[in-house]
Every structure is written in C-alpha cells, then in structure tokens.
Design a protein around this ligand. Structure first.
Ligand code: G1P
Length: 303
C-alpha cells in the first residue's frame, strides 16, 4: 500500500461543454463566471484549502484561456497599478498565485478514466485527488479534508457519495456500500456508471471528488471502454474495490450532506450564482434586497 501524503490535485477540464452551447462555442465551460470568478477557480481554491497546491489541469483544444487565467498578465497588472485600482489588481494576481498549476492535454476525448490516466507522469507513485471542474461544492464543507483523513486511516481510494432521488441516479456513478464499524466512512463494494433506476444498487451517487491510490493508473490502462464507449473512472474504481489492499486496492466512501452544484447544468449553474452572490459580504445585502422584491413582483409569478 502506498501511504504517502496527498499533495497533488488533478482537475479534468477537457470536456466540450455541449450542455452550455452556444456560450461554450469559443469559451471553455470551466471559464464561465459564477458571480465574478470562473467556475474552475472555485475548484482550484477548494484544492488549495485542503492543502493541495500542486494542481494539474487536464485540458484539450480551445482551452488556452484556462492557462491565461492562472498566469500573470503584466500589461493588465500595470494598468490597474497605474490607476491605483488595488483591489482589482489583488484579485487578478491572486488567481495567478493561488497554486502551482500545470497542464497536460488529453489529445482525444476518450472519457474521464482516460483523462485521469493522462496525469500518470505528473502524479507518479503518490496518492492524489481528482476534482471535477463541473462540480462546485459550497465552501465550509471540508469534504475533501474528510476524504484525505479516510485515506490516511484506510489507505486505498476514497469516493465522495451523495444521496440523490432515484430518478436522478442515471446521471451518476452509483455505489453499493456497507457500513464500517466505528467510522463515518463506508466501504464501497460495487460501482456502476449511470445505471437505470431499476438496476441501480442504491441511491448513492458518486460526485466529483476522489482521492485515488496510484494503483488506479495500471487499472485504467487495462480498463476497456465502458458506458458511452468511453474509459470510465467508475469502472476502474469498481476493479480497485475488489483488489487487495496490498496491491493498492480497497475503496471507501464519504457521504456528503452539504450543498453541491453542477455548473455544467443550466438550472444548477443559476442556483449556484444566486446562492453564492447572496452569501457574499460585498454583493449579498443589495442582491438579497432586490431578490426579495423580485420574487413577490408580478413579473415573477407563473400566472
Ligand atoms: C462523471 C462520472 C460519474 C460521476 C459524475 C459526477 O460523469 O463519470 O461517475 O457521478 O461525473 O459529477 P459526467 O457528469 O462527467 O458525465
């Protein structure tokens, strides 16, 4: 069992963002703003807050604005400095100084499992975290920290699970679990990617946070294309769940009870924007006052 400390986060961001076309025709979906920061910045901030400041983003074609965002922009910085606009200058520089961000390109879209496999050279023989760029988790939940603690205790890999309505399980990986005596974590026995409601083993959905043992790379190399003819991370995790701990196997789950948004989905994206703007110290008071007026206005009513 590999037991070194987790320091690296991998963020797959090579997807085409078709659910958000035409906004994502020329702009990566990860760069769509949630209030005033691109969605992916929240995810990088979450990784850094959990102590993972070595971040590898898996990109693809048309994703160069991601690299620009996490890089310095001397001309913009000079302009803001000259105008004495120190707050904006600080926000611009913060994105560049947040983490050590690295990039690798996934040449062809062969699935999430394949995207994670693109990280093998960078990650090497260490356990690492994977954070999906579409999944935004409200700050103050510390679920990644909890998952890292479970990895410390049990080794192997750790998933983030969330109870969903049975009508929604076909949108997620789904886990069959058993309790672990004396722990809040659960043991993952089986996994299936996007099952039909009838065949789903539970209503526990896999959401986009993972702590993975490096054994996942060898497993992924030998995982044939699954659902959608893509190499599925869920299929590799199913294999790991059945492998002995001595070979890096074993999968546990943490059941997440906080708030999570899928910023690739229009409804969820709008909810994230409203909630996060409402909670902001600077924008919140005025925005909430406006919202209160709006929801009781004639314009808002269905009839
Ligand atoms: C991916 C995974 C799926 C997981 C989901 C969480 O699916 O394949 O197992 O439940 O992320 O967001 P995607 O949403 O990329 O289709």
């Amino acid at each position: 069992m590999s037991s070194n400390r987790v320091t690296k986060a991998v963020i797959p961001a090579a997807g085409l963002g078709t659910r958000f076309l035409p906004a994502t025709k020329a702009t990566p979906k990860e760069m769509l703003p949630v209030v005033d920061r691109p969605a992916i910045q929240y995810v990088v901030e979450e990784a850094v807050d959990a102590g993972l400041d070595d971040v590898l983003i898996i990109t693809g074609r048309n994703k160069s604005s991601l690299e620009d965002h996490f890089d310095r922009n001397p001309m913009l910085e000079r302009t803001l400095f000259t105008k004495n606009d120190h707050d904006r200058l600080a926000s611009v520089m913060a994105a560049a100084e947040l983490a050590k961000v690295h990039y690798v390109r996934q040449g062809e879209p062969r699935g999430l499992g394949h995207a994670v496999l693109c990280a093998d050279m960078h990650v090497g023989e260490e356990p690492f975290a994977v954070l999906l760029g579409d999944d935004l988790i409200d700050t103050g939940n510390y679920v990644l920290e909890q998952m890292l603690a479970v990895r410390e205790e049990f080794g192997g890999s750790v998933l983030c699970l969330m109870e969903v309505h049975e009508s929604q399980i076909h949108l997620y990986g789904c886990a069959a679990v058993t309790p672990v005596i004396g722990s809040e974590a659960v043991k993952v026995k089986d996994l299936v990617e996007k099952p039909d409601t009838e065949s789903a083993p539970s209503n526990l959905a896999v959401i986009g946070r993972y702590v993975l043992d490096p054994a996942v790379f060898d497993v992924l190399r030998n995982t044939p294309p699954g659902r959608g003819d893509e190499i599925q991370l869920t299929d590799a995790l199913k294999t790991l769940a059945q492998m002995p701990a001595s070979e890096g196997g074993g999968v546990h789950g943490v059941i997440f009870k906080g708030r999570r948004y899928d910023t690739g989905d229009k409804q969820s994206y709008l909810q994230a924007t409203v909630r996060l703007a409402s909670a902001r110290g600077d924008l919140g008071p005025d925005f909430r006052a406006w919202l209160r007026e709006f929801v009781v206005s004639a314009e808002f009513r269905d009839d």
